[in-house]
Design a protein around this ligand. Sequence first.
Ligand SMILES: Nc1ncnc2c1ncn2[C@@H]1O[C@H](COP(=O)(O)OP(=O)(O)OP(=O)(O)O)[C@@H](O)[C@H]1O
Ligand SMILES: [Mg+2]
Length: 389
Amino acid sequence: MLKIMVANFRHIDLRLVDPPFGSSLNTLILELDYLRRKPLVGTTDPTIFFQLKNIFHLLESIGSARIEGNRTTLADYIERKIEGSKSKDERFLEIENNERALDFIEENINYRKIDRAFLSEIHKIITKDLSLPPKGEGSRNPGEYRKNNVSIGGTKFIPPDFTQVESYMEELFRFINKNDPPQYNLLKTAIAHHRFVWIHPFDNGNGRVVRLLTYAMLILYGFRVDRGRIINPTAVFCSDRKKYYHYLSVADNGTDRDILIWCEYVLKGLKNEINKIDKLLDYKYLERKILLPALKFALERKYITEKEYKILLLAVKKQVIRASDIKSIFPDKLPAEISRMIRRLKNKKMLKADEQESRRYVLMFENNYLLRGIIEALDKEDFLPIPIN
Ligand SMILES: Nc1ncnc2c1ncn2[C@@H]1O[C@H](COP(=O)(O)OP(=O)(O)OP(=O)(O)O)[C@@H](O)[C@H]1O
Ligand SMILES: [Mg+2]
């Protein structure tokens, strides 16, 4: 049926493979399904939650962008966030593009199908303003399928002839959108991930797009990031790229057994990530392990004064505070002085007036010096899926 035009390219059928009854993969699927449906501990104020989620978007994006010295990049990127700088450093553009693509997915996934137009938009977003390979991580044809044959660095695998891309992609979209019984959703996510990079539809950026596709499919299949969940699937693939490439090449063999080995690698990684991140949604944990250490860190480095520390500490404990709460920790201070302290913390972007009620304040940590301590604490708790190199 399909003419083989690239030497060494070997067609494999796109299909669902059933894991053997009682296999560890079957157990994994059940465990993930349990996690998917598990009600989240809803104790965290939405403002805090959304800041956390933004930080995870950032980590997801740094993980996915292929950059030498990821940790330095992370540190530099954090400083850039704190300073609100807009310089056109390509390293940072690639990360920002990825963050934008995540937002795009979250805003659109409930209203749109995963189809050519959807992935095309994602590809345009992630390659925007980046210079062309081999120097840069951009694309000659943003949003369009490749017009040449390609090879992939770091593997012997050869993707199909460019003339076959469109029909392979149509088949993939049918596979993704077909109404299979829900117990296949996670297997489909893993299989579609491999299939997409196996087709390699774009001239560049396939890895970044496929990790976003996985993100989109997980939301579609019920990991509801709009209802208080955070997922970071890229950690599975990018914290150890060697392993990722190894399992992709196993899947290239195309036998049922090899496809299942790939699926198990993906789902095992996902389960670990989801379990880990879910802990953060328990406010007690977040407070003790992340927010309080971050405040201490800021105090020690004198990003904040003792008084500010006390106020922010109260903000961490109560999540939402009023001027009267601050008054209670500084009984000798006049209201004007309290107002001044609040104003100073607002200027430092560490407190923000609550959207519902402007006389209430919430802690901000995603775009100011507190972010350094937050990242430090996340690192200590093993939340940074970033290879040291
Ligand atoms: N053996 C393999 N079979 C199929 N796909 C593979 C194989 N090895 C690697 N890949 C995929 O190819 C991607 C690289 O392709 P490409 O350069 O187009 O993507 P990128 O987004 O620009 O780069 P990167 O993913 O390295 O950041 C890898 O991320 C991986 O997903
Ligand atoms: Mg590339």
